[in-house]
Design a binder for this molecule. Structure first.
Ligand SMILES: [Zn+2]
Ligand SMILES: [Zn+2]
Length: 378
C-alpha cells in the first residue's frame, strides 16, 4: 500500500468477495468497496451474503457507506444487503444510503424489510437503473450498460471528472499580468488580450490537466460488446472470470465469462489494467485447473492482468497527462501493492477502438423510498 499513501487523492478498490455462487473458506461471494478517502465515503459494488462481516474484518469504515451499486439480482450479489443496511441503522451513524440496481431491487428490499419486521431509521433510496447515467456529482459520474447474463445485469463505469492543471501564479505575476478576474479566465485555459496588446494563452500558465480515473465493473456476463463499450480506455477494468478457457462451454451455457473472455474485453476496450474476479470454486488449489491457469490464459491475451482475492486493495493512480492523450501501450510496471506475480513484459499491441459510450444516453431513474415502518426486531 506504499503507493496509495503517496497519492494525494487516492481511489482505492478493496475486494470483499471474489467467489462466484457460493463462498469458500478463503473467498466470500461478490462485493467490492470503492474507497474515496478525500470525501470520507465508501461505495459498494454488489453485496453478497456476509459482506458486512468482510467489511468488519477490513479497515473500511461501515459508517462511511454512502452508495451501493448492484449489478443484478442473483443471490450471491444481494443476499448481504438487508443485514448490512439493518446494522448500519442499529449503529446509529448512517445518514442516508442510495442503492442503484435493476428493476425488482426495490420490491425485493421492501419484502425483506416487511417480513423480517425490520425498520430502517435512516433514509434509503432505491434507484432503478437503465443504461446511461445513474449518478453524477461535481467529482464523479457513474454510468451503467447492459451485460449478457441469465437475468438483467448491468456493468458500472465510475468516471472521475478531469481537473484543470494548477495555475502558475508566480509565472503570471512575472509576466506582469494584473491579478483579478483575468486570472480566473487564464485558470480555465482561456486566451486573453492584455491592455498592452499582449495575447496570453491560459493553458501555457497551467500544469497539464489531471485526467479523471475510470474504473469499470462488469459482472455477471458472458463476453459481450456492451462490456467492451462500457470499459473503453478505463484505467481499471474489473471483470468476472468464472471459468477457465477449457470450460468455455459452461460459460456459454450459464452466460458467464472465461478468463480469456475477460482478457478479450480488456484488450478490445484498450484498458490500462484488468483484475479478474468471481471465480468458480472448482478452481480451488488441488484441482486439475487452478486460478493461476486462468491468470496465465488471460495474460497471454492481455498481459497487465491480475487475480483478485479477498481483502486485496488496489490503488488506482491519477494520470497527469494532457486530456485526450491516451497512451497506446500497456504500462511496463504494475503497482507494488499487489502480491500477485508481475506480468510478462508488455508488448505493443494493436487495439480495436470502439466509439466512446455516449454519456447522454437516456438517464431515466426511478426512485423509491423504502417503506419500512415496522419496528426493528432483534
Ligand atoms: Zn454471480
Ligand atoms: Zn449472476
Amino acid at each position: 500500500m506504499e503507493k496509495s499513501r503517496l497519492e494525494i487523492n487516492p481511489v482505492e478498490i478493496t475486494f470483499l468477495g471474489t467467489s462466484s455462487g457460493v463462498p469458500t473458506r478463503s473467498r466470500n461471494v461478490s462485493s467490492i468497496a470503492l474507497r474515496l478517502p478525500q470525501r470520507a465515503e465508501v461505495w459498494l459494488l454488489d453485496c453478497g451474503e456476509g459482506t458486512q462481516h468482510q467489511l468488519l474484518r477490513s479497515d473500511l469504515k461501515i459508517s462511511q457507506l454512502r452508495r451501493i451499486f448492484v449489478t443484478h439480482l442473483h443471490g450471491d450479489h444481494i443476499f448481504g444487503l438487508l443485514g448490512l443496511l439493518a446494522s448500519c441503522g442499529m449503529a446509529g451513524n448512517a445518514e442516508a444510503i442510495d442503492i442503484y440496481g435493476p428493476e425488482g431491487l426495490a420490491p425485493y428490499l421492501q419484502a425483506c424489510t416487511k417480513y423480517s419486521y425490520t425498520r430502517l431509521n435512516y433514509p434509503i433510496k432505491v434507484h432503478t437503473v437503465q443504461p446511461g447515467i445513474v449518478y453524477e456529482d461535481a467529482e464523479f459520474i457513474v454510468t451503467c450498460g447492459s451485460l449478457k447474463h441469465r437475468v438483467p445485469a448491468y456493468g458500472y463505469r465510475f468516471t472521475e471528472k478531469d481537473r484543470p492543471g494548477k495555475f502558475d501564479i508566480a509565472q503570471a505575476q512575472a509576466l506582469g499580468i494584473p491579478s483579478g478576474p483575468i486570472y480566473g479566465k487564464l485558470k480555465r485555459g482561456e486566451t486573453i488580450t492584455l491592455e498592452d496588446g499582449r495575447v496570453i494563452n491560459g493553458t501555457e500558465l497551467c500544469a497539464p490537466p489531471e485526467l479523471g480515473r475510470k474504473v469499470v465493473y462488469c459482472t455477471d456476463t458472458v463476453y459481450c460488446d456492451g462490456a467492451v463499450e462500457l470499459a473503453q480506455e478505463a484505467d481499471l477494468l474489473i471483470h468476472e472470470a468464472t471459468f477457465a478457457h477449457a470450460d468455455a462451454q459452461m460459460a456459454f451455457d450459464r452466460l458467464h465469462s472465461t478468463s480469456t473472455m475477460a482478457a478479450q474485453v480488456a484488450l478490445g476496450a484498450g484498458v490500462k489494467e484488468l483484475i479478474m474476479t468471481h471465480f468458480s470454486p472448482r478452481y480451488a488449489p488441488g484441482n486439475p485447473i487452478i486460478l493461476d491457469d486462468l491468470l496465465q490464459e488471460a495474460r497471454a491475451i492481455f498481459p497487465n492482468t491480475r487475480l483478485a482475492y479477498d481483502f486485496y486493495t488496489h490503488a488506482v493512480p491519477r494520470r497527469r497527462e494532457p486530456v485526450g492523450n491516451n497512451p497506446e501501450s500497456i504500462p511496463e510496471s504494475i503497482p507494488e501493492s499487489s502480491s500477485e506475480p508481475s506480468p510478462a513484459p508488455s508488448k505493443k499491441i494493436i487495439r480495436k477502438r470502439k466509439p466512446k459510450l455516449d454519456s447522454k444516453l437516456d438517464s431515466k431513474l426511478d426512485e423509491e423510498e423504502l417503506n419500512v415502518t415496522q419496528p426493528l426486531q432483534l
